[in-house]
Design a protein around this ligand. Structure first.
Ligand code: F6P
Ligand code: MG
Length: 479
């Protein structure tokens, strides 16, 4: 806490904030869905001990939901053998053992997911169980139209890069084309974040499919409120021109499924275009904020692409449960394009050019303001990178400390110790799904509030809650 910003933090007690709405309306739904999922696991098991432990986990989640809905105190986390428990409990004490509706939003939301995780880690039969796995893979399946569209585009692009078609262009024309492609790939990667599963409580599958298509992306360009992609591109190009042998890009991941798919599109493009020689992906270590990537999700995505026909046409238990009709088979071209992706990505992975590197820092309860002081080894590792891309809303909240900044505060100020001279180049690709926002031109927040659904004079920054608007912000910590 001593390393955090002194700017006040968003708190669940503020009824005009999304903090309050998420605690009141969203978290109970998320916990209930988790309970349902474990129930299904219990029914599917014929082992008495698994069933018994499953019931204890359900009781633990029901207790958590009760305490939340009755505004009880957050209780210290029970020891599950992991080293981060002490930090969570120390902070809880420092916060004065708060109640659910009067606690900093960021800490309490992390605490909720960490507490659910203790229930599983303390069991012997459910230790690595992910209550969100079914949702993650089935939403990826329902992203089929956008996945197919992007796979075709990716194959064409990478084939052009590899067969040297683009080499016939002049160096200047090639650079201009590379820049446009970089911007497009990054924007695909940005909007892939608009559809995280924790918002599924109010979005239908059809809504999601509409949000993922290329038409939607073009229409959304005007919704990027600040766009620093050019500056980020220039740093990668400069490193390439300087002839550096190892040029690494890191992606601090957000959600699994479609978003991870587009993250891999960006990663694969950077490697094929020579804008990076290595890409390191940073997933979470425990099930987190519903849809966040854990290492198993990476494997699940590659497995799906390894045999795309089987993945799309087979009906999973989850499809049957949701009464989803079986999908029609892929055309041979579509199946081939998806297999192309699999070959490339698994090839990069096997060669060590695409690595996945978990760290428990990402699931601690605090902001990234603490990174240099509390996770110096991770900080040093990120300094080795040319560019660290932070995906999504939660990472943005953690970068900015989830504090009530004036929205015109420069991004470089709001990220504190990860700002100038931190040694880390930060690029945030974030669709706005929470109150905190910085780096806007003076007066822009007021304008957005006055637009339809923007919050008006209610005191709520409603425009920033839906994922419709985005910010792409860069800070060169090596400058
Ligand atoms: O529960 C609210 C929240 O933490 C918001 O920050 C956001 O709506 C969502 O959960 C997580 O979004 P993302 O997956 O983009 O981090
Ligand atoms: Mg997420």
């Amino acid at each position: 806490m001593e390393y955090d910003t002194k700017t006040p933090l968003y708190n669940t007690s503020d009824k005009t904030s999304f903090a309050y709405i998420s605690a009141k309306d969203r978290w109970p739904v998320i916990i209930t869905q988790g309970i349902d999922d474990v129930h299904r696991g219990i029914i599917a098991s014929d082992d008495a001990e698994t069933q018994k432990q499953g019931k204890q986990i359900v009781e633990g989640m029901a207790k958590l939901k009760y305490e939340l809905q009755h505004d009880r105190q957050l209780t210290p986390l029970e020891d599950d053998g992991e080293p981060d428990i002490a930090g969570y409990n120390k902070e809880l004490e420092q916060l004065g053992n708060p109640t659910w509706f009067d606690v900093p939003w960021l800490y309490s939301e992390c605490y909720m997911y960490r507490r659910i995780s203790t229930l599983f880690k303390r069991s012997s039969k459910w230790t690595n169980y992910d209550i969100f796995a079914r949702q993650k893979i089935s939403t990826f399946k329902s992203s089929r139209p956008a996945v197919i569209e992007l796979a075709a585009k990716y194959k064409e692009l990478v084939t052009q890069l590899e067969t040297g078609k683009s080499a016939q262009q002049t160096a200047e024309a090639k650079e201009a084309a590379d820049k446009i492609l970089f911007m497009e790939m990054s924007e695909i990667c940005l909007w892939g974040n608009a559809t995280d599963l924790s918002l599924l409580t109010n979005l239908s599958y059809e809504d999601i499919q509409k949000l993922q298509g290329s038409e939607a992306r073009k229409a959304s360009e005007k919704n990027i409120l600040v766009n620093d992609l050019e500056a980020a591109y220039e740093t990668l190009l400069a490193a390439k021109k300087a002839g550096k042998a190892e040029r690494r890009v890191d992606i601090v991941l957000d959600n699994a499924g479609f978003e991870l798919f587009v993250d891999l599109i960006l990663a694969g493009y950077l490697l094929s275009a020579g804008l990076a020689t290595n890409v390191v992906l940073h997933p979470k270590s425990i099930p987190w904020f519903v849809s966040d990537v854990i290492p198993a999700d990476f494997g699940a995505l590659l497995n799906a692409l390894a045999d795309p026909q089987a993945f799309y046409t087979s009906q999973s238990d989850d499809d049957k449960h949701a009464e989803r009709a079986p999908s029609p088979p892929l055309s041979p071209t579509q199946a081939e394009e998806l297999s192309f992706l699999f070959d490339r990505w698994s090839g990069f992975h096997a060669e060590g050019q695409l690595a996945i590197r978990p760290n428990t820092f990402w699931t601690e309860g605090g902001s990234f303001w603490r990174l240099p002081a509390t996770a110096p080894a991770l900080h040093d590792d990120l300094k080795q990178s040319e560019l660290v891309v932070f995906k999504g809303d939660l990472n943005y909240r953690k970068l900015t400390g989830d504090a009530v900044w004036d929205p015109a505060t420069p991004f470089t100020t709001a990220i504190g110790p990860l700002g100038p001279s931190s040694g880390v180049r930060v690029l945030a690709l974030r669709t706005c799904k929470a109150d905190v926002v910085v780096g806007l031109p003076e007066g822009r927040d007021e304008e957005l509030r006055q637009m339809e659904g923007g919050g008006g004079d209610s005191g709520c920054r409603k425009w920033a809650w839906s994922g419709k608007w985005a910010v792409v912000q860069f800070c060169d910590g090596k400058a």
